[in-house]
Write a protein that binds this ligand. Sequence first.
Ligand code: PCA
Length: 157
Amino acid sequence: MARVFVYGTLKKGQPNYQHMLNGTHGTAKFQGRGRTVEKYPLVITGKYNIPFLLNIPGTGHHVTGEIYSVDDQMLQFLDEFEGCPDMYQRTPVRLEVVEWEDKSSAPEERPAVNSIIECFVYSTTTYQPAWINLPYYDNYDSLGNHGLHYVLRESRD
Ligand code: PCA
């Protein structure tokens, strides 16, 4: 099992969340919410309004998102889905636990609120220089007042 921090379209209520629920891709178990210990620029860019966390620690905001425990099959699915390693790179990130909901694991495996854990995140190290000048977000919502609605893959041309 691996822990993955999702900050974009894979979060609950966001356009790609259904993939986390799809058992044919493996299993993803929601564990709680977290916030990056470091600041990162989270931008929305391109003609499909795709969110990217740029791997530039120290710039931007502490980004909030959701923590999932995923099996190998789901991790492999997510790598393919996120175009890893070409479009996104899966990198470790340090998170502060905001809320822990998964009560099923042994108490000693349950991180305390405010403790620091490490998870994988789909970030990018290969961004266009102009992206650094875009607005930065701390909590992605595809329907936020930025107006940059995410374009689903099946609707792209
Ligand atoms: N999907 C991944 C990376 C960005 C995106 O839209 C996520 O939600 O974390």
